[in-house]
Design a protein around this ligand. Structure first.
Ligand code: SAM
Ligand code: SF4
Length: 342
């Protein structure tokens, strides 16, 4: 396995079957090298993004997600502009300089509403970066939001295999439109994040290699990968969760493919295993996203069963994360944490 890891470090890519072999390895050398590369590029600094989950309304019906429109049991909420700005101000006071606004595809948030919100956020503090993660939109919409000051956009492709995509989404959702959105976001000038769930139902190792190859081609600034976790009230409620080892291997492979990549240790990884995010950092991840949404609404943003952090405050989430990072010799970085080309 050492030969393959060293080859990946040298060439930043591998052949299809070599990727497959590496994805299945349990050799600790892979994670060790990825951790070393993370340390060489970023030192012991881990970027913290304040996550604001601002709406759980969604018009889509993805088969895996607890926010899907068909989940009649979900208690819906939508933060007001004032609540979002309060969370942002509280986060700013706690030291965050990057904010991720995430939500379902909620038709209430038209371009006009979002542009007004983004201007208010960016007008408040000019030293902050704003990331949106609110699904697919038109080119015009992406352009307007970019012009209003949004810096980054997260949109996971979920898979690059059309059959696999179709098995996880209703007919009105098309893989090609998701991929087109990612290319459009890049063309406009956003720092772009793509990614996928690990172990989503019927995903194969070939599918994962397909994702790695797509990531090589798209060349995004960020990649989010976390294990799939079932939610009882979805069609995939009875499916098995994704594998921690495979998730960590993917994180490590991505770090070696692209040493300066922004790579989060996700909430899903922390949910499936108590020290999952720490293991993610030690396999090469360099971003964490403490939840700074109002505590009163957190339990309602349930993508999957047993999601962690649904009862803590913004201060608790940040404090807990800082302690966890310090226990593994890392430190939370209090800055925008922009992607660095070099
Ligand atoms: N609605 C936007 C979208 O779909 O891009 C942003 C919010 S969505 C909840 C963010 C991500 O959550 C999705 O891209 C998906 O990968 C992840 N997610 C949804 N359901 C999940 C599940 N059951 N297990 C793990 N991750 C899940
Ligand atoms: Fe909506 Fe995103 Fe969940 Fe799909 S993954 S149902 S688009 S919130």
């Amino acid at each position: 396995m050492k030969v393959l890891v060293d080859k990946l470090i040298k060439n930043r890519t591998l052949k299809f079957d070599e990727f497959k072999e590496l994805l299945a390895t349990t050799d600790p050398y892979l994670h060790q090298k990825a951790n070393e590369v993370r340390m060489q590029v970023f030192g012991n600094k881990i970027f913290a993004r304040g996550l604001i989950e601002f709406t759980n309304y969604c018009k889509n019906d993805c088969f895996y997600c607890g926010l899907r429109t068909s989940n009649g049991g979900a208690a819906r909420y939508r933060l007001t502009k004032e609540q979002i700005l309060e969370s942002y101000e509280a986060g700013y006071e706690l030291g965050y300089r990057t904010f991720v606004l995430q939500g379902g595809e909620d038709p209430f948030f038209t371009d006009d509403v979002l542009v007004d919100l983004v201007r208010a956020i960016k007008g408040g503090h000019t030293d902050c970066a704003v990331t949106l993660s609110i699904g697919e939109r038109s080119r015009e919409s992406f352009q307007r939001l970019y012009d209003a000051g949004v810096d980054r956009y997260l949109l996971r492709q979920e898979t690059t295999n059309p059959k696999h995509y179709a098995s996880m989404h209703p007919l009105d959702m098309r893989l090609q439109s998701r991929l087109d959105c990612l290319w459009t976001l890049k063309e406009i000038g956003y720092q772009v994040g793509c990614g996928f769930m690990v172990g989503s139902p019927s995903q194969t190792l070939d599918d994962i290699v397909g994702d790695l190859m797509f990531i090589k081609e798209l060349d995004p600034q960020m990649v989010g990968v976390g294990p799939f976790l079932p939610h009882d009230a979805t069609p995939f409620g009875g499916e098995a969760a994704g594998c921690v080892q495979t998730t960590l291997n993917i994180i490590a492979i991505l770090r070696l493919m692209k040493p300066n990549l922004l790579l989060p240790a996700t909430t899903a990884l922390g949910t499936i295993k108590d020290n999952g995010r720490e293991l993610g950092i030690m396999a090469g991840a360099n971003v964490v996203m403490p939840n700074i949404s109002p505590t009163s609404e957190r339990k309602k943003y349930l993508l999957y069963n047993n999601k962690i952090g649904t009862t803590s405050s913004a201060m608790d989430s940040g404090g807990d994360m800082a302690r966890r990072m310090s226990a593994i010799g890392c430190e939370l970085a209090i800055d925008r944490g922009d992607y660095n080309e070099s």
